[in-house]
Design a protein around this ligand. Structure first.
Ligand code: ZN
Length: 493
């Protein structure tokens, strides 16, 4: 057999064809190593493979053993031979990924799966998707649909952007007016439900509360947390807004600490994202409280005051067992060394950073951009580029969907597919194994089936990849990033 196995993401390690075929049984008998939770494995088989299954019995069809030599938690081996399938892994997560691979093989070859042996592990450990639920709220059921799709392509982090100027989307016991009367807000129970659903599919949900900028929605509910006292109205559309949290007022600091504590207790992930992007500092310059804080702390300027504030919140979150992620707009040597910086600004040199990094470069990962501005091949190349560049410590990467102009499921699908799927392969597959033509071939043939029937894939004719139009549009966007960065006082390299 010369054709490569039609898998997305394509395996990082060796793929060997063994000869012969395996026929799907009507009911799967599983022999399971006792170190794995049988209930979880049975659920994977039922949900992912759509098959009835039982643990134990004569002549098993699926044998799952604990790998003796593997050291990587997300790695697995899958062998399909004429008699049975064999999975080796050291964690349930590895087993889950092997089941996902088996799922695609059974979909591609419903009659008889060609026998093969696959060694696989991800190139990037953090393979994330950021969904902006602040600008456009995303109901829990829709969140679950997205989680299912992420899981079936072995993505493992869902980053929820829960607050911004245009909306506050998570209920607070201490500050009940937050998000009140807005077009959608998650209750604590809904968050627990969503997080549990994601966990069962090996997806970690990371909450983001953006501070001290992108804060208008909170100020509209509690104007006393601002420098001027307001009043404020929640804006629509995009922009960088001048009114930010007043770090000179003690009650504003208590507010954010309380919010961090409530958020930390709701999400089991050991990380919390505190935003820290696009912060115009003019209000602090004119605010007597902020100026007093600056004097008392003997800080040289407002940027130092910002550094102090974000370091304080970082150490507060650490006390709650959380490692902080910040967009890297202002992160420099004076910031807490444990902060993970998420690099979005393409004008900054990420290789010079000494903090651990998550890469989400504007021109490679912002899926809210039109297909013309961010064509599929550019998305596909990104993971490979990351693997060949040198960073002091690369955590992983994220695809981003900002939603100022994307509110419905149709609009989300238009932007996400097929780019998110190409991105999933680009992150998972080891450099050297990427092949855009193979990906396109597999996706054209099996994409709809792998993606599940309730997602819309944007047809190729709508991608409109005229290179001249694309180059001009990207040039204009680059200038806009530069303008916005200047406006927000971000020093560019
Ligand atoms: Zn102030």
């Amino acid at each position: 057999m010369t054709e490569k196995l039609p898998l997305i993401p394509y395996p990082s390690g060796a793929v060997a064809m063994l000869g012969g075929t395996f026929s799907k049984p009507s009911r799967l008998v599983i022999a399971l190593d006792p170190s794995f939770d049988a209930e979880c494995v049975l659920l994977y088989v039922r949900e992912q493979l759509g098959m009835e299954a039982q643990e134990g019995g004569q002549s098993p069809d699926l044998i799952i053993t604990a790998a003796a030599d593997a050291t990587e938690e997300q790695a697995y081996r899958l062998e399909v031979n004429p008699k049975e399938c064999r999975i080796e892994a050291i964690t349930l997560q590895g087993v889950f990924y092997a089941v996902q691979t088996l799922r695609q093989l059974l979909l591609a070859y419903p009659e008889a799966v060609p026998c093969c042996r696959i060694e696989d592990k991800p190139a990037l450990l953090w393979r994330a998707f950021m969904l902006d639920v602040a600008r456009s709220f995303c109901p829990v059921e829709e969140g679950k649909r997205i989680i299912d799709i992420l899981a079936s392509f072995k993505m493992n982090v869902l980053h929820l952007h829960l607050s911004d100027d245009q909306g506050w989307r998570i209920a607070s016991e201490s500050y009940p007016k937050l998000g009140e009367g807005e077009s959608g807000r998650y209750s604590k129970q809904e968050i627990k439900d969503l997080v549990a659903y994601a966990q069962a599919r090996h997806i970690m949900v990371i909450p983001e509360i953006d501070m001290p900028g992108h804060f208008t929605a909170a100020l509209a509910s509690y104007p006393k947390l601002s420098c001027t006292g307001g009043p404020f109205t929640i804006p629509t559309g995009e922009g960088i807004f001048s009114d930010i949290l007043c770090v000179g007022k003690d009650e504003a600091l208590s507010f954010v600490k309380q919010i961090i504590e409530e958020t930390a207790s709701l999400f089991p992930a050991p990380y919390i994202h505190l935003g820290g992007d696009e912060i115009p500092l003019d209000r602090w310059v004119d605010c007597p409280d902020c100026q007093k804080r600056k004097r008392v702390l003997r800080l040289s300027d407002e940027k130092a005051l910002l550094r102090w504030f974000l370091n304080e919140m970082t150490s507060y979150a650490r006390g709650l067992g959380k490692q902080v992620i910040l967009y890297n707009d202002y992160v420099d040597e004076g910031y807490d060394k444990k902060i993970i910086t998420q690099v979005w600004n393409p004008l900054l040199d990420a290789s010079a950073l000494t903090h651990p990094v998550i890469m989400s470069d504007y021109f490679h990962t912002y899926l809210d951009m039109d297909h013309t501005l961010l064509p599929l091949p550019v998305v596909y190349r990104y993971g490979k580029q990351l693997q060949t560049q040198k960073y002091s410590s690369l955590y992983g990467s994220e695809f981003m969907l900002w939603t100022e102009y994307i509110a419905t499921r149709e609009e989300r699908d238009f932007h996400l597919f097929p780019r998110l799927i190409a991105g999933a392969e680009s992150f998972w597959t080891q450099e050297g194994q990427h092949d855009y033509r193979r990906f396109m071939h597999t996706f054209a043939k099996h994409g709809s089936a792998y993606l599940s029937s309730d997602a819309q894939i944007t047809p190729k004719k709508q991608w409109n990849t005229s290179s001249i139009v694309s180059a001009f549009a990207r040039y204009k966007r680059r200038r806009r990033v530069k303008r916005n960065s200047r406006k927000a006082g971000i020093s560019l390299s």
